[in-house]
Design a protein around this ligand. Sequence first.
Ligand code: UDP
Ligand code: MG
Length: 316
Amino acid sequence: MSLIKPLPTLALVLPCFNEEDVLGITIPHLSALLNSYIENKLISADSFALFVDDGSRDRTWNILLTNQSPHVKSIKLSHNVGHQYALMAGLTYVTNKVDCCVSLDADLQDDSSVIEQMIQDYRQGSQIVYGVRGSRNSDKQMKSGTAHLFYRLMKQMGVDLIYDHADFRLLSNKVLVELQHYKEVNLFLRGLFPMMGFQSSIVYYARKERVAGKTKYPFKKMLHLAVDGITSFSNLPLKMITYIGFTVFVASFLISLWVLFQRFYGITVPGWASITLPMYFLGGIQLLALGVIGEYLGKIYMETKARPRYHIEEEA
Ligand code: UDP
Ligand code: MG
């Protein structure tokens, strides 16, 4: 059954951190896009693009304030909270103000021309439409390599991620409302939506080059996101500690038998290697185990505080 919905109100949600170089291109581009969709009766006239200034330290907020486009709204967060929370701030802001929204990066790497297809899918009944990178030619070798490894690792851990989908997606207002029930401080949005299980579809696109400026996702932030993704959705690292602990226990039991055997048969060996090697080995495993437990403990600590994830300082 295909259920064609009436003209939806659409919000484009764009987190921006120090994006003064790209906004001069992005704002007119998206305004023109929205205008053409409105003229072609794809979306309603009150649709808009929402820019979320994630505590930028450059002219991002000034540029947003001086823009003249009637289809552009902006909110300013009081400090830099990172891409996931900034996106969450935008999604929360548009909840119950629109019929659907599309989140995309401010640098236009996500191909905005497929948004039309996303809206068509939404009007056919999809509650979530995932933008999936059909081509990663524009990403550096290192980025696509580590991303590939990450998706595979998550799959192994039983986390239902859409392969090569980042944060370019359409969400219906129904999904936005449901999203508000997820109060977790450790947010990994691309893991949440597949878990929700709403009717969804996929739109493929070619990831483009950044239109201007530099990436705001250095390796350190990517690693942080990966650790958050794994520890927020899987207990496997904790289980692995148990397995490793068990293996080491069995091994040390066997070694003890061997030592006893040597003792009784009077074979005396200078025992330097057999003492120091297990020491380093066990020390290493213990530190690793403590680190993993600490990572989870830290997460629990942050969750129990249940602090607000961001603060909106200004609206325009
Ligand atoms: N971003 C943000 N807060 C941050 C880092 C990034 O809002 O702390 C935004 C950034 O402005 C961009 C999007 O997140 O719109 C994706 O970042 P970027 O393009 O730098 O990442 P890449 O595409 O290189 O992975
Ligand atoms: Mg980018």
